[in-house]
Design a protein around this ligand. Structure first.
Ligand code: SF4
Length: 430
């Protein structure tokens, strides 16, 4: 009885949270106030920027539900693109930007191995980088030459999503990347080559149950990756909603599935956030997302950067991006001011995910206490049992971890929403 009352309270809380998140995404992440950025208008920070994000927007075939920025691969265009990308990297480094780490995402990052290698070698020849992280699909470890990336990539993140053939077939990933058994074999090959391997998994599919989520993660754990990133399928709020929505299950099934994730991974992994888990021995591994207070500079077509209360957007049109690079030596074409409320909401999500809402840290960061910044949200979190008070601070309960996860999925939906609008911004090259 107690369980069903608290479950009802949680569902009421998460249903209203979904509504609030969708509303706030539309308000605070609208690109109506985006303004063109002239080359050289930005000021270079004194300290290293945490992440240099590099986008590779090409795929051999385009997946139905994917909202990332990508186009169908054409070799001539892709080679021209890599050339422009290296030009942009040279330019930002010569202007004084320094980075702690590099994150390469796509698209299919390894689509032209020789170009990718040249790009990483260029960065390493120009500046010191603590870590190079690269996304990849599983089939690369069967059809490509991943040993060529040994010594260049420190952390390989492989998007598997599920080892269950029924899910792989329903998402079109079986035909593209092979069966669950084959993909497990490819992940094992990657683990032999790279110092750190992350496996991306997903839940919340229509055919999934808490038990099948558990089985999927037991299979993932058997491979022994350093890190497992796992969160529910993001349905989003825009054009992609219909396509992704066809695959998604009942949102109320996510709570038992989240509990299954936690209980299964707790055997050998530590929860960094409710969406990332690291092996609880050996070296701790870094979270892939831009964390609280960590700035990011994006290069390449379709890349985003975030500096304090400002978003920077690179051209989503590949020909426009190449022209911009030739004309102005910068692919960033728009900036958008971020409301301080949106930045504080991001801090709140990260602190909820960490499990500790530290009033002092929050005040040092924002100049306001949690209650001054979020009177409604704090009442909501307390009333829904998501946080409990301890001294001046608050701690996240298990329900609160689930709410943090929903906030994180909301953050991903917000990024999808930005991408959709950015595709429609007027081109700025001549
Ligand atoms: S391969 Fe990856 S990036 Fe490319 S379309 Fe499919 S899901 Fe999207």
């Amino acid at each position: 009885m107690m369980y069903s009352i608290s479950k009802t309270r949680l569902y009421l809380a998460t249903d209203s949270l979904d509504w609030m998140i969708n509303r706030s995404i539309k308000q605070s992440l609208s690109l109506q106030d985006a303004v063109p950025l002239a080359a050289g208008e930005d000021s270079v920070p004194n300290n290293p920027v945490e992440t240099l994000y590099i986008h590779i927007p090409f795929c051999h075939t385009l997946c139905r539900f994917c909202s990332f920025h990508k186009v169908k691969f054409q070799e001539t265009l892709a080679r021209e693109y890599f050339k422009a990308l290296r030009q942009e990297i040279r330019e930002v480094i010569s202007r004084g930007y320094r980075f702690n780490r590099v994150y390469i995402g796509g698209g299919t990052t390894t689509i032209l191995e020789d170009e990718l290698i040249k790009t990483i070698e260029l960065i390493k020849s120009l500046t010191t980088i603590r870590e190079v992280s690269c996304e990849s699909d599983p089939i690369y470890f069967s059809e490509g030459n991943p040993s060529q990336l040994k010594g260049l990539v420190d952390r390989m993140s492989i998007g598997v999503q599920s080892f269950d053939d029924v899910i792989l077939k329903s998402t079109g990933r079986f035909e593209k990347f092979g069966s669950g058994e084959q993909q497990a074999e490819y992940v094992s090959r990657a683990i032999e080559l790279f110092p750190t391997v992350n496996v991306d998994m997903m839940y919340g599919f229509k055919v999934q149950t808490a038990d099948s989520v558990r089985q999927d993660l037991l299979q993932t754990m058997a491979l022994n990756p350093d890190q497992i990133t796992t969160y529910p399928l993001t349905v989003g709020i825009g054009k992609n909603r219909k396509k992704a929505g066809c695959l998604a299950g009942d949102p109320h099934e996510l709570w038992p599935q989240f509990l299954a994730v936690k209980q299964t991974l707790a055997q050998r992994y530590e929860m960094d956030f409710p969406w990332t888990f690291s092996r609880n021995f050996g070296q701790p591994v870094k979270n892939k997302y831009v964390l609280d207070g960590e700035d990011c500079l994006g290069v390449g077509s379709g890349a985003f950067g975030r500096f304090g209360e400002q978003f920077r957007i690179s051209s989503f049109d590949i020909a426009d991006y190449i022209r911009l690079m030739n004309q102005t030596q910068s692919g960033t074409c728009y900036t958008k001011p971020l409301e301080s409320k949106a930045v504080m909401q991001h801090h709140l999500m990260i602190m909820m995910g960490h499990g500790h809402l530290d009033n002092k840290v929050f005040k040092d960061h924002t100049g306001r206490s949690l209650w001054q910044a979020f009177p409604l949200e704090m009442s909501f979190l307390l009333a829904s049992g998501a946080v409990v008070k301890q001294g001046d601070d608050y701690h996240t309960t298990e329900q609160g971890q689930f709410i943090a996860l929903k906030m994180f999925v909301g953050f991903l939906s917000g990024m999808d929403h930005l991408r959709e609008q950015a595709r429609d911004l007027p081109l700025t090259s001549i």
